[in-house]
Design a protein around this ligand. Structure first.
Ligand code: NAD
Ligand code: UD1
Length: 334
């Protein structure tokens, strides 16, 4: 029988790409999203890409009854939980908003799931839980520490899930720690649509290339790296989407609570990324060097071997594909 998956935050950037993959894999999907950082046109586009329309509930995870209602109405088997706020700077200014949305919202979801005996969950965590103290490649066993309320909201939820699993081992939980998600669906129909001026590198680069922003400020050229600029593990959002499918299959086979890094295992500097973008798109990206950004680390990349060993998943898309797909979305749809 077809599995039914409730995807909180399924109209957002990573959620929408994952929904496409779930539908393509023959699953039934219910998107549960309050659209605070997305739009319902994404649902139409998911349908255009996959040929199937997911169910859509405009709902808030701060409303436990609404979650209960959807879990019941659609006889949900498992939940993938993307819904959350994700801006580090905003979380520093408005910590309570972040804790309420990301922590209280998740508690509501877990309570609703428990009441209906739906105990299979994939949770969107982040490499931010590794803080600034680890030397790459970073494995799942690296110590966790956080430097801002956004990161703390992810760490708190990870710890809540650990307590929940200890209390009731019937839960099947996969915690996925994403490194730096970039790129878009190759159709150019869905992608990342940051509001205002982007904070993250790839959308900023794409907006410089299209002429909406004048130049990229590269934060620091004096790091102890190959060219002095910061190094990160950029991962194509479609690889990430496939990681969620692998995680769902895995917890079905091997019930447990397990955390996995989703990254490529490859570090790329800011200058290397700019160069790859120019080569992949034929567009010039003007840049200037600026001071280091507060809170940044010099280098971060994953040891993704556990995800391969356990779930048989590994990222396969190149940096050039990430750039070409991000550009197709930026130049044709945004
Ligand atoms: P996104 O903002 O594009 O998607 C999040 C979705 O959740 C949006 O559609 C938003 O409308 C919805 N949402 C937010 N609060 C909600 C609420 N209270 N009720 C219902 N829906 C709500 O973000 P994304 O980049 O797709 O990130 C998805 C998840 O992955 C988030 O939990 C984020 O913290 C995590 N994550 C993202 C990154 C990244 O770089 N994008 C990295 C690591 C982890
Ligand atoms: C940032 C967040 C991190 C979050 C992640 C989500 C901070 C300090 N960290 O991580 O908590 O989980 O986004 O995707 O905000 N860069 C520039 N110029 C720019 C933008 C970025 O030079 O205009 C550089 C950065 O210094 C860094 C690299 O590009 O070296 C990647 O930056 P970004 O995309 O913001 O990701 P992270 O810093 O890894």
């Amino acid at each position: 029988m077809k599995k039914t998956i409730l995807v909180t935050g399924g109209a957002g950037y990573i959620g929408s790409h994952t929904v496409v993959r779930l539908l393509e894999a023959g699953m039934k999907v219910v998107v549960f999203d309050n659209l605070c950082n997305s739009s319902s046109t994404t649902i139409e586009r998911i349908e255009r890409i996959s040929g199937t329309r997911p169910e859509f509930v405009e709902g808030d995870i701060l409303n436990e009854d609404a979650i209960l209602h959807s879990l019941q109405k659609f006889s949900v088997d498992a939940v993938i939980h993307f819904a959350g706020l994700k801006s580090v700077g905003e979380s520093v200014s408005n910590p309570l908003t972040y804790y309420k949305n990301n922590v209280v919202g998740t508690l509501n979801l877990l309570n609703a799931m428990r009441q209906l005996n739906v105990k299979t969950l994939v949770f969107s965590s982040s490499a931010t839980v590794y803080g600034t103290g680890s030397t790459p490649p970073i494995a799942e066993t690296a110590p966790r520490s956080v430097t801002n309320p956004y990161g703390r909201s992810k760490l708190i939820v990870e710890e809540i899930l650990e307590d929940l699993y200890r209390a009731d081992p019937d839960w099947k939980i996969s915690v996925l720690r994403y490194f730096n998600p970039v790129g878009a669906h190759p159709s150019g129909l869905i992608g990342e649509d940051p509001r205002g001026i982007p904070n993250n590198l790839m959308p900023y680069v794409a907006q410089v290339a299209i002429g909406r922003l004048q130049f990229l400020s590269i934060y620091g050229n004096d790091y102890p790296t190959i060219d002095g600029t910061g190094i990160r593990d950029y991962i194509h959002v479609m690889d990430l989407a496939e990681g969620h499918l692998a995680a769902l299959n895995y917890i079905d086979r091997k019930p447990a609570l397990a955390a996995f890094n989703l990254g490529t295992g490859r570090g790329v500097s800011v200058l290397q990324m700019v160069d790859a973008f120019e080569r992949a798109t034929g567009k010039r990206v003007k840049y200037e060097f600026a001071n280091r950004r507060k809170g940044d680390v010099a280098t971060s990349w994953a040891d993704p071997s556990l995800a391969f060993q356990e779930m048989g998943w590994k990222a396969s898309r190149s940096v050039e594909e990430m750039c070409a797909d991000a550009w197709r979305w930026q130049s044709t749809t945004l």
